[in-house]
Structure formats: C-alpha cells, structure tokens
Write a protein that binds this ligand. Structure first.
Ligand code: ATP
Ligand code: MG
Length: 445
C-alpha cells in the first residue's frame, strides 16, 4: 500500500505542525491497523515539536502526559494524542524508564517501540518511515521485537504479555528469537503491576481468538499470572456431559459467550475450583461437588489480585455462583430463581449457561440450548406482565409496615421477605390490600 486515507482532522494536525516548521507523522497502532485494513480505535501523532510548542499551535489542548511528551489536541470534541519524538533512558525494575529524552529524529523514536509492526510512521506526502521492516513483518504476520528481544523485554517486561495479546488479536505468530526471549525471561513479568497485566488479559479475552490464552502456558507466562488456571490444564472430566479437560472446556465457553469483560471473566473463572474438588466414583465417573463455591472463592481472590473494580467483581462472582443452577421451564421456578440470584442478572445467567452448554459434549446440545431459549421466553413474559420478583416491585414497602405498627428494622425486613416469597408463588396477590391483610396476619402469629 502506497497511500493511506487519513481523517481530515488528522491531516489538519499534521499540516499545522508542518507549517510551523516541525515534522509530524501518524504512528503506532493506527498505522498498523490501517495497513491491516482495519479502522483504528484512535490516531496517534508523533512530532519533532516539544510539548510547549504543540500547545501554542492548537486552541484546545490537555496536558495528558506532559512529562512523557504527550499533549492531547482536541478538535470539535475529538481527541488526538500528539507526542514529541523521544527516547527512553535506562529502565529501572524491568518496567519504567528513569527519564525520557526528546529527540529530533523520527527513527530514534521508532527504535524505542516494542514490535516492528508498531514502529511504522506515515505521512501523506512523505510516505512510510519503516526502518525496522514493520510492513514486511505485517505481511508475513509476524510479531518481532525492534532490536534485541532479550534487552527489550528486560527494559519493560509487559512487552512479553503484549506479544501474546497481539497474537490473540491478530492471529499472528511470534518470531523465533522473540519467542525464545520470552520463554527465557518469563519470570520478569512479576515486576509488572496488576493493573497493566489486567488490561492485557482483558484484551486477550475480548479478542477474536481468546483460546490463544493457552499460549501463555506454552510460552511460560501463565504460572506467574494465573496459576489457578494452569491447575486446570490436563484435568480430565470423565462425565457424560463433558468431552473436554477443565481448561479446554473453560476456553471453549469463553469463546462462546458475548465479548464483554464480565461475561468473558465469568467463563474464564466459572470452573476454576474444579481441580480442587474432583472425586472419582466406583464406576470411574468424575464428580466436582462443591466446585461452584470453590470457584467463587478462587475467583474472588484472583479478581482482587488483579485489582478489578468492585462493581465488575461483584457481577462476575454472582454469575459464577449461579452458573450451575438448574432451571426449569416453569414460571414459578423461574420467578424463584430470578428472585434468589437477582432478576437483574437472570438474562446474563442464560448467556452463561448457553456458553457452558456449548463447551460440553455435543450430545443433547441442541436440545439443551432450545430449553434455554424457551426459559428466556417465559422470563420475558414474566417481565412484560410486571410480575414481582424483587422487593422493589412489591406492592408495599417498609413504610406501610411501619404504619401498622412494625418498628424494628430487622422484623420489617423479615416480613417483607416473607411477602416477597408469597407473591413469587402467587403473582396475582401483589396488591396493597392483599399484602396488608397478609402482613397483619403474619404479625399476629
Ligand atoms: P491498541 O490497539 O491496543 O491501542 P497500540 O499498538 O496502539 O494498540 P498502545 O498501548 O495504544 O498500543 O500504544 C501505542 C504505541 O506505543 C504502540 O503501537 C507502540 O508503538 C508503543 N508502545 C506501547 N506500549 C509500549 C511498550 N510497553 N513498549 C514499547 N512501545 C510501546
Ligand atoms: Mg493505541
């Protein structure tokens, strides 16, 4: 490809820089993605202008990472990161440069970047600056370090995980020397913060090829990142429903569930407690009694370790806890389950169970999936009819109970729960009159 189409705002930024006597190129992920025929998520620009000079040239800018040379230029609410050419001096602790130094040479800037495919710059009239053969590697679908792989991973060990992330996103291969350097130094990943690791794991899981997660084991990174998953590898499940080992089953289900962070992590961790709960009966059938609770416990530990926010953690744990719940095509039973697990995640649970079924043996798969579809229809009908499944839908609340003389919070809570159980069994009874009568009777007892 000789020419690339750039959005008009990107062209504008490059022109402004140029008119002021500076160089400017698009660089990194956006060049790579355009060369692969994809629409980039964002456009990064690299320039010989210093941050204070960039700020003078544009009306609206934000100091995103001034110390590293990055200024965000805002054009009609759209943001573009403009970064001064820089080199990084002496890395400390295998993760961060001790200082960044600005340079006037684009090739020096490209040299500090991780992989050849990420070290290409482009300008509409000058063309490509590609001193490390990035375009050739893109064509060959190869992930290759710029410079000496061993040194590059020692500078910043996260790059090892980024290599696997790009492998999953692009379905490329890692060049041999780069691969071997990771194998040799995988242990250095221990120096990297949980947040940075989490972001790369998210990208692997959300990628089109989440099964490439297994590459983390092949290359030796898994034991430092997620030893709990490593323990699932090779664990057989001799059971009529299963035709995969625990780890293979897990990755099948990860691939089948919609690509969101809560869904993908729920599947990755839903059976993580299995290796610790396996028993074998006299007929040689494997059982995993208590695996749900064990999985919730391990998942909690893992999500905390990776510093997931509370909201995401809670949602994932709720889904793992419910993942094995038995559902029946019966309104009453569906109301009961939805009320117990929280109706807000009932449809999510169906997605989880669909994925779970698709990761099991093909026998009766179609039948079991059709049953989930019918359960979904029944649930939708319950919702449409506004049948009550939670306290907030109950026709009376704590206020009404106080009016009839209940004053202890604990007793009010207990009574409301009893009323909820009652309307779940008899939805037509969810009226103020019915519930007040019932409440008065309950109090008398
Ligand atoms: P994405 O599509 O995920 O944004 P990306 O390649 O743009 O992929 P970013 O993390 O946004 O990745 O980084 C932008 C560019 O900065 C990369 O293309 C690469 O040139 C460089 N880069 C990012 N992280 C590193 C790193 N750890 N070491 C060296 N260069 C890096
Ligand atoms: Mg990017």
């Amino acid at each position: 490809m000789k020419e690339m189409k750039l959005p008009s705002k990107v062209r504008y930024i490059l022109e402004v820089l140029e008119k002021a006597g500076y160089e400017g190129y698009i660089v990194g992920g956006c060049v790579r993605d355009r060369l692969l025929g994809k629409d980039p998520m964002d456009w990064d620009i690299t320039t010989s202008a210093r941050p204070e000079e960039i700020k003078k040239l544009f009306k609206k800018t934000v100091d995103t990472g001034i110390a590293h040379g990055t200024v965000t230029v805002v054009l009609e609410k759209e943001a573009f990161e403009v970064t001064t050419y820089r080199i990084e001096r002496e890395y400390v602790d295998y993760r961060r440069p001790s200082e960044v130094v600005f340079t006037n040479n684009i090739t020096e800037d490209l040299r500090r970047r991780d992989f050849t495919m990420n070290a290409i710059a482009y300008h509409p009239t000058i063309g490509f600056i590609d001193p490390f053969g990035g375009r050739k590697d893109l064509q060959k679908q190869i992930i290759r370090c710029v410079g000496s792989p061993e040194e590059r991973f020692q500078e910043d060990a996260l790059r090892m995980l980024r290599a696997i992330r790009f492998l999953a996103q692009l379905d490329f291969e890692i060049e041999t020397q780069t691969y071997q350097a990771i194998q040799k130094q995988a242990i250095l990943i221990q120096h990297i913060s949980a947040e940075r690791i989490r972001e790369e794991l998210n990208k692997i899981l959300l990628s089109p090829h989440p099964k490439k997660f297994m590459e983390l084991e092949e290359i030796g990174l898994l034991s430092f990142i997620l030893p709990e998953f490593q323990a699932c590898i090779g664990v057989e499940q001799n059971h009529p429903y299963h035709s995969y080992t625990v780890a293979d089953h897990i990755l099948e289900t990860v691939e089948k569930v919609p690509a969101t962070i809560p869904y993908r992590w729920t599947m990755l961790l839903h059976d993580i407690g299995k290796p610790l709960t396996r028993t074998i009966d006299q007929r040689g059938i494997h059982h995993f009694y208590g695996h749900v609770e064990k999985s919730v416990e391990l998942a909690h530990k893992i999500l905390r370790r990776l510093k997931f926010d509370n909201k995401t953690t809670k949602q994932i744990l709720r889904l793992i806890k419910a993942h094995d719940d038995h559902l029946e095509e019966n309104e009453k039973q569906i109301r009961r389950t939805a009320s117990r697990i929280g109706e807000d995640i009932f449809l999510d649970l169906l997605e989880v169970q669909r994925a779970d079924i698709q990761g099991q043996s093909p026998e009766r798969m179609k039948e079991r999936l059709e049953k989930i579809d019918r359960i979904q229809k029944i649930f939708m009908k319950i919702k449409e009819e506004k049948q009550c499944m939670s306290l907030k839908e109950l026709a009376i609340g704590g206020k009404e109970l106080k009016e009839i003389g209940l004053n202890q919070g604990k007793i009010i809570g207990k009574t409301l729960d009893q009323l909820l159980q009652y309307v779940i069994e008899y939805p037509e009874k969810n009226t103020k009159e019915e519930l007040m009568t019932l409440a008065i009777n309950l109090i008398k007892k």
